[in-house]
Every structure is written in C-alpha cells, then in structure tokens.
Design a protein around this ligand. Structure first.
Ligand code: PLP
Length: 377
C-alpha cells in the first residue's frame, strides 16, 4: 500500500525529469515551478551532478563518518568555502528537520540556556525537537506534548524578540524568509534585533535556510542580503540536487562545545559527491544571479495580474490569490501543465529550479492570468 495516510496522491504519475521539466507516464511535459519543493536548484538530471553521483556510487557508495574519504572531505571544504563568514564548521545529515534538530541540540550544549524562541508561522520540520519550534497547530496538536519551553513571537516584531530572549535562552531559530508560512520576507531590522538580543544574552542565533539557501533568494544565503550573520545556518532540500542531504554550519564557539551528536549516514560518499557537484554548479552557473534576475522579472510581471499580493525574494515567490489556492493549482496543472505549490490556504508558491528563464516566467504569468480569469469567484 502507498502511504496514502500521509501523502495526498496527485492524479499525475511522474516518470522523468530534465532541467525545469517533469514528464508523466504518457510523456506529457510539465513546467516544474515548485512541485519538487526546492530540491533541484540546478534542474532535474543535471549531467555534471548525475555523473559525479554515479561514478562515486560505483567507486564507494558508503563508508561511515569516522573514516576520512575524499568525497566527504571535498564537500566539507566546499561547504566551508560558501558558508557565511565564520560558520565553517560543518555537520552533515540527511534532511532539513535533522539539520535543525542538530542546531537546537548544539545550541543547548554550547550555551548556558535551555529554552528556545521561534516565530509564529515558522516551519522547521517534523521531528520532535524541530516540530516544537514549528508553529502551525495542525502539525503539532496530535503529537503533543512537545518541548514546552518554546516561545513564539510575531515574525517581524523586533520589540517582541528582544523581550522574549533572556539568560535562559539557548537559541532563537527563524527563517530569513518564511516559506511554508506563506512566503513572508523579514525586515533587516528584525534580523538585527534577533542578532542583538542573542548576543546580549549569550544565546545562539540559528537561521533555518533549508528553503532559502543555495541561491534561491538571489544571494547564496538569504541572510547575506540583510548583512546579518547568525551562529548557525541550516540547509537541506536542494543541497544534493534531489538526493537526501542536510547540513548544520556553525561558528567555532558552537562547534567546540557541540556535544555528542551523530548520525550513521552523515556525509555518505555518494550523496556527498552529488552535493559537492551541486555547489559547483550553483556557483559556476551563477544560479543565485539568475534567481535574482528572473525572480525580479517574474514578480514584476505577476504584479500586473488581478491578485491581492505578490511577495518573495529571488525564486521564492508567493502569490496571494484571494481564493482557495488549491483550485488554482489544479487548473494550472491540468490545463496548463504547470506544477506549483500552496503556502497556506490562499497563497500559490513558486519554488522552481534556479535555471528557469524569463521565457518560462512568461509562460507562468500567462497561465496564471488565464486561470484566475476562469476561477474568478
Ligand atoms: C522543508 C523545510 C524543513 C524540513 O525539511 P525536511 O527535509 O522535510 O525535514 C525545515 N525548514 C524549512 C524552512 C523547510 O522549508
């Protein structure tokens, strides 16, 4: 039995992918504007990444983390070189929630604090620790009790974050642009307030860049644009262009007292080779630059449509359609062969491969225009 009790099954069976396109079992081509959840920044089946993974798979698929091996060491080096300033200590895992789980544990171990501050509408994953810092009641309720020492503040409320952080705080965790919560960019002032509050009380500042990192928002990390450097950054989703990998990047003071954390699959060679090739591609093809250019163009053109709001940064875009997003998404998929995502009830979210062009953007805008006209309530 498929996991119907967990996933809603779409009426399209996907069998192939190339660059920004997915193909169903009848060979129909779909423009992938987010159906892959930001997991393929370099596009489906990027030849350099496939080659790197395939040849490492044949040479050595796996050896555990205590044995140095060149594929993993190369990835450590590459991740350190793209990390925000000072965050060149790398912990590797297999998903976003694990990267955040590690960040929360490291923060407790390295600080004198035990409590956490997170943001309303924030999303950090579904394991117990990360879920405890995830806001949405729907995701939390059935699994309570969770960690009970998490305070949620309004995203963007600088006064509230200053007030919430005290000497008991181990970490503040937040997304520089909230993804699942509706595509909400933060102000620079809010990130600065979080930085100052954590500095003042010896707490760690964690930026969850699982959705925003790797060039998606137009810079390699979203926090770069704001000029605020946290103590930990987490990444996953697109890190190995579709293979499972996450990472927690930390400052020296955190790494020196991170505690006995571990994971069997941490930095397996085959996945590490894919991730190293992904980083090379993101940098070598200037995908952050393309995300900035095409993202600006897309937002500009979307703003002419009859929608309530268009927001986001780079190629993380939310369109407030002012009606049920699911109906709009279904029409986009079935009538226009464009796959996108919701972010809450009324927001259509675009999270495409960062290789998309202005021509693809034009297609999306035309399809959305036609769809909104037809579904006019
Ligand atoms: C998707 C996501 C996660 C969880 O990642 P998984 O790989 O699904 O565990 C955590 N944080 C953010 C911001 C995300 O978008």
């Amino acid at each position: 039995m498929p996991a119907d009790f967990v996933f809603s099954r779409k009426p399209i069976t996907i069998e192939g992918g190339e660059d920004v396109f997915l193909y169903d079992d009848a060979g129909t081509e779909y423009l992938d504007m987010g159906a892959s959840y930001a997991c393929v920044p370099a596009g489906h089946g990027h030849p350099d990444i496939v080659d790197a993974a395939q040849s490492q798979l044949a040479d050595l698929t796996f050896v555990q983390g205590s044995y140095p091996t060149s594929a993993r060491d190369e990835l450590y080096e590459k991740l350190s070189s793209v990390a925000p300033p000072g965050l060149d200590n790398v912990w590797l895992c297999n998903s976003g929630t694990e990267a955040n789980e590690a960040a929360l544990k490291f923060a407790r171990s390295a600080t004198d604090g035990t409590t956490f501050v997170a943001t309303k509408r924030g999303f950090h994953g579904r394991t117990m620790g990360a879920l405890s810092t995830t806001w949405k009641p729907k995701y939390r309720k059935p699994f309570e009790p969770l960690l009970d020492d998490v305070t949620f503040v309004d995203f963007g409320d600088s006064g509230a974050i200053r007030e919430a952080v005290d000497d008991e705080t181990a970490a503040v965790i937040l997304e520089p642009v909230q993804g699942e919560g509706g595509v909400n960019p933060s102000t620079t002032e809010f990130l600065q307030a979080a930085r100052e509050a954590t500095d003042d009380h010896g707490a760690a500042l964690v930026f969850d860049e699982v959705q925003t990192g790797l060039g998606r928002t137009g810079t390699f990390w979203a926090c770069e644009a704001a000029g605020v450097t946290p103590d930990l950054v987490t990444t996953a989703k697109g890190l190995a262009n579709g293979l499972p990998m996450g990472a927690t990047l930390c400052a020296d003071w955190v790494a020196e007292d991170a505690g006995p954390h571990g994971s069997t699959f941490s930095g397996g060679p085959a996945v590490s080779a894919a991730a190293a090739a992904t980083l090379d591609t993101v940098v070598g093809e200037d995908l952050p630059g393309n995300a900035a250019d095409v993202g600006d163009y897309l937002v500009d053109r979307l703003s002419d449509l009859p929608v309530r709001d268009v927001r986001g940064e780079g190629l993380l875009v939310g369109i407030e359609v002012g009606r049920g997003a699911n109906r709009v998404l279904r029409d986009l998929a079935m009538k226009h062969q464009i796959l996108a995502l919701p972010a809450g009830r009324t927001v259509v979210r675009l999270l495409p491969p960062l290789t998309m062009t202005r021509e693809h953007a034009d297609e999306v805008v035309a399809a959305l225009d036609a769809t909104l006209e037809v579904t006019e309530a």
